[in-house]
Design a binder for this molecule. Structure first.
Ligand code: NAD
Length: 387
């Protein structure tokens, strides 16, 4: 009884899916590290059936599903082979390394399949534009896999901006980054140019951009001045057990950028997989009436774990208000589940993408702008063709 009477205290909406008993057929493309999280969460949904899986490495997809105890799956040696043979797929999770995001997404969309595409969107802006065109022509759903978007704490940042408490936002500074955190737990697909394409700037930089740009309504980037370096990745001494990885390192381990956004907003960006510093700082949002501090974490992975702080002047007094972290409810299925559930629900109901390409193309344009500006050594103008 007490619990029922206490219900008014419950502020977090239950995660409700559009489970109407109809199963959707899903394929998994790329069966490496992150594909495991996709499969584990799909297995919790009784309206999803994993019917097919593909990996370029012969036998990898089958061994992967066997390990996870998934039965009745058909196996293929590439995305193309899977799509050509599976005629009634509803959706795919594309879990390939970055350089295969665009070709796989385009092929699936062209064949009428709804796509959950892992982050970052693509490697280059040109690829992102091509994926958006394929999406538009297909009429199918495409969403990009930024699970931090599903967090109530992350959503609070946008709610604060939207509330008007900060006034007119004019400056964004990204924080995050890692002192040591070049991702090589399962090999070198993140650090080789041929597979990763971009390094920290795309991998965790894309999270950081999504957090800040999402909060202010994803304004279009106009110009970018970028810098990138690879001092740690190229150092054989960095890798305790794999000095040979230094030879393979072909991307950035640190990047910075100065970006002018539509609406007179400046973005001061920095991200690191490795640096001689604990953090490049907190993320901040400055507005004419208030400022917001988003505390940095030890090892940035797209989320934050300490209270937000709002700085304002009230009746002549400078004040700082902490916004308490919203606790996860006991029955919280987790951000990854929510990300996939929102995709499945959108597929089933004809709903909208949680992370639509119309927004994430600006995220990609900044990543691309930083890389291109760093390579040519001067500021560049961002040009995004009509889609
Ligand atoms: N959302 C998250 O929290 C999160 C976490 C880790 C990685 N990721 C993203 O997921 C993606 C994959 O990362 P990973 O660590 O799993 O990489 P991984 O290298 O472990 O696995 C990728 C797999 O894709 C396969 N592959 C590549 N191209 C293919 C194709 N055309 N057809 C079929 N298989 C293909 C590769 O053989 C490999 O086995 C990356 O883009 C990464 O940024 C997201």
């Amino acid at each position: 009884m007490a619990n029922i009477l206490d219900r008014f205290k419950e502020t977090i909406e239950e995660v409700v899916g559009a489970n109407d008993g109809k199963k959707i057929k899903v394929g998994i493309i790329g069966c490496g590290w992150i594909a495991e999280a996709h499969v584990i969460e799909y297995l919790k949904m009784d309206d999803v059936e994993i019917v097919a899986a593909a990996d370029l490495i012969p036998g990898k997809a089958e061994a992967f599903m066997d390990r996870l105890g998934v039965k009745g799956v058909r196996y293929y040696n590439s995305c193309v082979e899977l799509v050509d043979n599976e005629k009634d797929l509803d959706a795919v999770s594309i879990c390939t390394y970055n350089m295969q995001h665009a070709p796989c997404a385009i092929y699936c969309l062209e064949h009428g399949i709804n796509v959950m595409l892992e982050k970052p969107f693509t490697v280059t802006l040109e690829e992102a534009v091509a994926v958006c065109k394929a999406e538009k022509a297909s009429g199918k759903l495409l969403t990009i896999g930024f699970q931090p978007r599903m967090s109530e704490n992350m959503q609070m940042i946008k709610k604060i901006v939207d509330s008007g408490e900060l006034g007119q936002v004019y400056y964004l500074q990204s924080g995050g980054g890692r002192r040591r955190g070049i991702p090589t737990p399962y090999g070198t697909s993140f650090i080789e140019k041929e597979t990763g394409g971009v390094g920290a700037v795309g991998d965790i930089g894309s999270y950081s951009l999504d957090m800040l740009l999402g909060a202010v309504g994803y304004p279009k980037p106009l110009t970018v001045t970028g810098y990138k370096s690879d001092f740690f990745g190229k150092d054989p001494g960095y890798y305790a057990n794999h000095p040979e990885y230094a030879e393979k390192f072909g991307v950035d381990d640190f990047a910075a950028g100065f970006v002018r956004l539509e609406g007179g907003i400046i973005l001061d960006f920095r991200i690191a997989w490795a640096m001689n510093m604990d953090t490049p700082g907190d993320a901040i949002i400055l507005g004419t009436k208030g400022g917001l501090r988003i505390p940095s974490t030890d090892c940035w992975n797209g989320e934050f774990d300490k209270p937000l702080k709002i700085y304002k002047t009230i009746a002549g007094q400078e004040v700082c208000t902490e916004v308490p972290l919203i606790p996860h409810p006991d029955n919280d299925p987790g951000l990854f589940y929510r990300k996939l559930r929102s995709f499945v629900d959108a597929v089933k109901t004809g709903g909208k993408a949680t992370c639509p390409s119309s927004e994430i193309i600006y995220n990609q344009a900044i990543i691309d702008g930083i890389v291109k500006s760093a390579e040519c050594g001067h500021e560049i103008e961002v040009e995004i063709p009509e889609i």
